[in-house]
Design a protein around this ligand. Sequence first.
Ligand code: SF4
Length: 298
Amino acid sequence: MNYLSLSDYLKQTYGQKVYKISLQSGCTCPNRDGTLSVGGCIFCSEGGSGDFATPLLPVKEQIDIAIKKVEQKLPAGKEHKFIAYFQSYTNTYGDTAKLRALYEEALSDDRVVALSIGTRPDCIKDDMLEALKNLQTKYGKKIWVELGLQSIHESTAKRINRGYPLPVFEDTYRKLKEAGLTVIVHVILGFPWETETDMLETIRYLSSLSPVLDGIKLQLLHVLKGTRLGEDYLHEPFHVMELQEYCDLVVKCLKLLPKETVVHRITGDGPKKLLLAPLWSGDKKKVLNTLNRAIKLS
Ligand code: SF4
């Protein structure tokens, strides 16, 4: 089965491999700072979905440090390209002028070919939308906006303490697409109360979006220490997906997606030191091999 992976898309678009560097904007999250709630989403660890990001420094310095780190592992003497990825917490939650300046600093770096901003659909005000649209035009570099949806089901939204209903996502999606921005949606597979039908309904819904969804991240539910989900699990362990079960489900999801939708991720990338379950997900090499075999055979 064929699907459009992120690495293929990047090679097609930029003519070479492109690497992501994780940066920080210093934003918090309304679901953690008390505006919506203090506990955050029940699966989210203290690092706010970005436990690998570099320390908070001026953007230029963060970029230099992150690129140096990536380039240590790459052959010397070649010019590499990068995506500046603001990953942790809610990166449109703050003063628009200040954030605009941060994003402009990243976009003005010649080594950066695109900007990726992780956020929530209820935290993109009109002036932020306008700022992102203008920056994309000014620099001629794509701006990706990554929205944490996780599931379309309201019962799940409540259980995970997401803090916004589906119509908010729909409205923001439409505005982002009208502004010409690239939208990537995060989905979590494996909430213990969701059936396979529920999860495939989320994928079907996203596959039917108009205009077509630019990108999706499929992420296995990681139960992490220091999260409310982790506490529940330690108190009373619940069913987590088996590796083969997850691989079969991912294949079904990929079959439903439009061929234009770029698949950014088919597994999770959680911090191993915090992982409580499923423990097999800590062996990333094995997970990817099993996933790729299942996809090839389908
Ligand atoms: S919205 Fe994102 S950063 Fe905020 S609590 Fe939820 S997962 Fe964590």
